[in-house]
Design a protein around this ligand. Sequence first.
Ligand SMILES: NC(=O)c1ccc[n+]([C@@H]2O[C@H](COP(=O)([O-])OP(=O)(O)OC[C@H]3O[C@@H](n4cnc5c(N)ncnc54)[C@H](O)[C@@H]3O)[C@@H](O)[C@H]2O)c1
Length: 463
Amino acid sequence: MDICVVGAGYVGLVTSACLAYFGNQVTAVESNPIRLESLKQGEIPFFEPGLSDFVKSCIALGTLKFTDNLDDGVKSSDVIFICVGTPPLANGESDLSQVMTVARGIGGALDNKRRRVIVNKSTVPVGSGNWVEMLVAQGVQSVQPVPARSSRTEAPAFSVVSNPEFLREGSAIADSFYPDRIVVGSTDEPSIDLMRKLYNPILTQDFEAPECAPRPKGLEHVPFVLTDLASAELIKYAANAFLAMKISFANEVAGLCEKVGADIKQVTRGIGLDMRIGSAFLNAGVGWGGSCFQKDILALMQVAREYHYPTHLLEATIKVNEHQRLVVIQKLQDELKIIKGRTVGLMGLSFKPNTDDLRDAPSLGIARQLIKMGALVKVYDPVSMDSCKKQHPDLDMQYCSDLVDLATGCDAIVLVTEWEEFKRANWREVSQVMRWPLVVDGRNVLQEDEMTGVGMTYRGVGR
Ligand SMILES: NC(=O)c1ccc[n+]([C@@H]2O[C@H](COP(=O)([O-])OP(=O)(O)OC[C@H]3O[C@@H](n4cnc5c(N)ncnc54)[C@H](O)[C@@H]3O)[C@@H](O)[C@H]2O)c1
């Protein structure tokens, strides 16, 4: 199939490469000239394990190419994916300006040579499918004025479907090949057939797994969830809101654990084994971050506000998370008493491991607060330090070369991102270079026995 993917960020790039791996001809359209140039060389402008080599292999296969020419991409394709960003505005609404530009642009490029399916993969509020359809039609009219009744010229045929994306940064390739489900929102039969055909290798798992993403044991098929447009759009928001709510729930119970002398790790294991609950996303710590959870919950609340519908759970989910981000600072105050003049080392900057994404990362808020309180903040992260220096030049922090460099002279270190290398650190060496051997484990991933065994004071969350 001939496919055009507009926007080569996390979602667009991974989608492009996976579809190209199946032998489709994929044209990825990217408007950022710096990003485009590096993509043409197979260089990935962000950190995602395995993606650079995978993209290079698709380019070499001849099934993936990059351009900034939307017109060419649209004209040569049967299916056009919209994968541009939908960042939050100050009032919580999604900024849909990128989607708007692209939808009008697609309309302006459509012709009568084939019927196109336009796929909304960007996370967009309920009703956006119809809105995109309107914008595409406007784009069509801007270049092809409405034909006179007598004219035989027909408007280009197209249909808009919703196909929300559920990949996670850090495991994006595997998530794309082995998703829990493919959701397609449409009532247009030819479009539904085409989407089924496009996703058939994934639905039937009838493809040779790429080296970078081995197939999970026992996976034989992936469910195809067919819905109307509005339901597909809501599924994406509801899924993210639910996951965030689970984490906030675990965090609220963690606070209570500290009061009554219980251990949140034992409590969440005990409740997570209940099949109706499940253990995923029940980890207490410094809370959730990233480009999606906060933005999607705020956008969902905004939609509800338009219908005068109350969203008590969503509001509480955000409130708990905001509070949770700063519990590590309370723990530092409990142990060190005075923060002013102390040296605190933050282990990890990215919002989670295996990505350099700093969007809404808890580390940033913690660093800001500590600086405000008069601490000297040192940081070490295996991949995100360059991005942090560029994106947050206002943060006056000392960037360190490794964990021992970070710990040297610190009164406390705080684990913020659970990178593997932190779990396997030489804690004896770390404790010896610290001024005061205090570790606050903001993700509950370190072994308390190991820490205390080398003379460190260990503080987790909810334990
Ligand atoms: N990142 C994730 O983990 C994730 C997961 C699921 C869903 N989503 C959703 O997918 C969408 C994309 O997210 P992302 O993280 O990939 O965003 P991103 O910001 O990383 O990428 C968007 C890309 O689109 C490009 N772009 C913008 N306008 C363009 C135009 N007119 N023509 C061509 N390219 C254009 C940008 O330059 C950028 O490279 C968002 O709606 C997001 O909420 C993201």
